[in-house]
Design a protein around this ligand. Sequence first.
Ligand SMILES: *Cc1c(COP(=O)(O)O)cnc(C)c1O
Length: 404
Amino acid sequence: MRTFQTLADKYDTPLYLYDFDYMRDQYNKLKEAFRAKKSLICYAVKANSNLSVIKHFGDLGAGCDCVSIGEINRALRAGVKNYKIIFSGVGKRDEEIFEALQKDILLINLESEAELQRVELQAQKLQKQARISIRVNPNIDPKTHPYISTGLHENKFGVDLDTAKRMYIKAKNSEFLDPVGIHFHIGSQLTQLEPIKEASEVVTDLVRSLKVIDINIKFFDIGGGLGIQYDDETLIEPYDYAQAIFSTLHGLDVTIMCEPGRYLTANGGYFLTKVLYEKINGDKRFVIVDGAMNDLIRPSLYNAYHKIELVNQKEEQDESLCDVVGPVCESGDFFAKNIKLPHTQHDDLIVIKSAGAYCSTMSSNYNTRGRVAEVAFDSNGDRLIRRRETFEDMIALEKDYLKD
Ligand SMILES: *Cc1c(COP(=O)(O)O)cnc(C)c1O
């Protein structure tokens, strides 16, 4: 593709590229699927927390699902309204809870009984009522990668049904808590509808039993986790997803919330990296590129598959097996193992696909490599949305403490 080459020439490599048209279309598809009911799509900021990406979804009407006060402040800075922001996560500091309450976000998602007490205490300090929801762990196997499975009791997330009910009653009886929501999220990269539907049945049952004791749930949060195409997965269609959830409501009047991350951004992202050189060790061929695990860690961390292509590949070129690796001093520093690529030359451009989610957000300065630039493009053109990190940026927090 000529555009990749042009953008690499213009902004240098390694580089993240985000297709804002694609991201908008994904958002609209999902929103459209839920149109028969009240819904709020809360973009899971952890997938890609670039301010311009958040703003892009915010402008379309999305809220944000945040897992730290830092993410909440990103969402607010990007112009997302406080009443569309929710705060999730198994471990929240008192200070984070306090600040979230001060900023009057839509609700805080509780993941334990102990957390309920902490939130109550902070709300009391502020003399206000905290709107809360409770994350239920429905103990259902989502049939995804164990690292991104969250809906089983063996995972650290949420509380079981009995605990949840006890917590709702406690919250209802508290002057400082207002139980308005319920939440489940059974895992990520979900490609099967049945476990989601099953979980939703279990959770709507709880909503009905709460109604009997005068606890009225307004926000029904079905989590995120919609799978995307990394390779040859068969996917859940947004329409089927919405219909499956609707079918479990049996007349309940709730606002449906969902928290997609990867679905909205992953396949709108590309990581561009240049070939430094090739080398052969015995009968093993390595293509060494200028990007590394510190820029994009998913292959090293989860053995995740990302499609890799040589930009400007000619059809007649013979391919052979190779590992695509970066310059970082770790054997785990690879983007792919045993994939087929033609012989490459210095400066040839390589694109790593599905790089819009959990890629730039997981990057680090390991090996004192600056974080790479990020560029947004759409049918109108391209623009920098994060500049490349410099050496001075990297030492900024240390240099004043250097002793003679
Ligand atoms: C990570 C996460 C999400 C987003 O997951 P995706 O797979 O990116 O859709 C949503 N909700 C919660 C609670 C999460 O932890």
